[in-house]
Design a protein around this ligand. Structure first.
Ligand code: FAD
Length: 429
């Protein structure tokens, strides 16, 4: 169906957030263009896991997104682990304040709903999204540099010297978002992401090797190995052919000086960083292919996600650490709410009303994900001051702490945003 609305939306950035938004906008008959900095759509070769809220949001944006997800989703291998998000176990023995944790103790089987762990290979999922974007909607090599106003139009200026016009600009340009700097202004304390104090090694293992080393249960079903100031998670991707690994550590000085946030690593570096960890964790580290190390940054809360007709979505708005597996899911929820709201706008003069309503509904929830994600890492890494090494207390928290993310009623969220748009015309910021 050809777009019918009397305005055009520029979407800067074609990651999971930007692509889901564009698919939603086109379904709502909103004309739009994606401006992507890279020469083509691309994702890294790693896994990403989605909570049930994210899967429902996909279906609500467009049933074909849910279909594409189904084409590449992998769930836990064992029927009895079908509803399990992660099994938590002790990966490193230790004691603190008179409490001892023993290696391999099973801490919790955390259930996330009837689908349990649902994860994809990022590149495969992105391919499924790209299939839903009609030819001509995306322009590549377009790195946003600035946005100015000319008459009624916003003008996007790109690093390659070209310019384009639009009625609204949605910055989906990730954790180092240029749009965020333009919107908040570069010297705002929330303009740039900050180091969370954690970093992680990422890599993949062919499943047959993982099964040989760990046995069927631990290899084919999602696991988190807990230890003081570190944790290691694994889940199957690629229809069970591959095991995805992320091995987290705490940086004791809390600083990340390297200007690179991602760099190649080695098995030796990982072994040196996980001295004293149990046999299972060390086997996993030894099998990881082409590991990278990632500094984990997140955003201080922005006071607002929009200004005039410029708006932020996904990591550009609320980059989070990955400890609840919820960052991409929040980008998809953003895309749902914003595409529905923009689909109800019938004049460029009302675009700001939609962005204001989006901000009112999406900002509190997505920023809570950022805060609670940091807290989650302290729990997994036995650093939580009131829980420490008390595994029974940890179990009770683990079993319930993500339910508010997973059980969200998205229809109500959309309705609240629609009501906010109907009631509150945008004023000056
Ligand atoms: C280690 C790790 C593990 C994670 N695991 C999970 C998980 O299991 N589950 C989950 O839900 N989330 C996870 N996340 C978070 C998730 O990766 C992000 O939330 C998600 O990818 C954000 O998508 P996005 O589209 O907003 O941004 P991005 O994926 O960063 O996409 C931004 C796009 O914008 C483009 N771009 C950048 N600058 C410009 C510019 N100036 N002009 C034009 N284009 C530009 C980029 O090239 C890119 O294509 C994890 C994150 C990390 C670091």
């Amino acid at each position: 169906m050809a777009p019918e609305k009397p305005f055009h939306v520029a979407v800067c950035g074609g990651g999971i957030g930007g692509l889901c938004l564009v698919i939603g906008l086109l379904r709502q008959k909103v004309s739009c263009t994606i401006y992507e900095a890279a020469p083509a759509f691309a994702e890294i070769g790693a896994g990403v896991s989605f909570g049930p809220n994210a899967v429902r949001a996909m279906e609500m944006i467009h049933p074909l997104i849910a279909k594409g997800f189904e084409n590449c989703v992998t769930m836990n291998g064992w029927p009895e682990k079908k509803e399990t998000w992660f099994d938590f176990r002790v990966g490193k023995a230790g004691s603190r304040d008179g409490q001892e944790v023993l290696i391999d103790t099973h801490v919790a089987d955390v259930k996330s709903g009837k689908l349990g762990q649902t994860s994809v290979h990022r590149a495969h999922y992105l391919d499924e999204l790209v299939k839903l974007v009609p030819h001509g909607v995306a322009k590549f090599g377009k790195r946003l540099k600035d946005i100015t106003e000319e008459g009624d139009k916003l003008v996007l200026l790109f690093e390659d010297g070209t310019r384009e016009e639009a009625d609204a600009v949605i910055g989906c340009d990730g954790i180092k978002s240029r749009t965020r700097h333009i919107l908040l202004e570069a010297d705002h304390p929330a303009a740039s992401a900050v180091f969370s104090g954690k970093y992680a090694y990422r890599g993949l293992i062919p499943m047959d090797k993982a099964v040989d080393a760990l046995g069927d249960e631990l290899a084919r079903n999602s696991q988190i190995y807990m230890g003081y100031r570190g944790h290691v998670l694994t889940f199957p991707i690629d229809k069970g052919k591959t095991m995805n690994v992320v091995a987290f550590r705490t940086k004791l000085d809390g600083e990340w000086e390297d200007p690179m946030w991602v760099r190649p690593s080695t098995t030796e570096e990982m072994f040196a960083d996980f001295v004293g960890w149990g046999d299972k964790v060390r086997k996993i580290l030894g099998l990881m292919e082409n590991p990278d190390v990632w500094a984990l940054f997140d955003h201080p809360p922005a006071p607002v996600f929009y200004k005039g007709r410029i708006c932020l979505l996904g990591d550009a708005a609320h980059a989070t650490t990955p400890h609840q597996g919820a960052g991409a899911g929040q980008a998809i929820e953003d895309a749902l709410v914003l595409s529905v709201l923009l689909g109800q706008v019938n004049s460029p003069a009302n675009l700001e009303d939609a962005l204001k309503a989006y901000d009112a509904v999406r900002r509190p929830r997505s920023q809570r994900v950022v805060t609670t994600s940091r807290e989650a890492s302290h729990l997994y890494e036995l650093e939580n001051a009131s829980i420490g090494f008390d595994l029974e207390k940890a179990r009770r928290q683990l079993e319930v702490r993500c339910k508010w993310i997973w059980d969200e009623d998205l229809s109500t969220q959309v309705k609240m945003a629609q009501d906010a748009m109907a009631k509150r015309p945008a004023g000056k910021l």
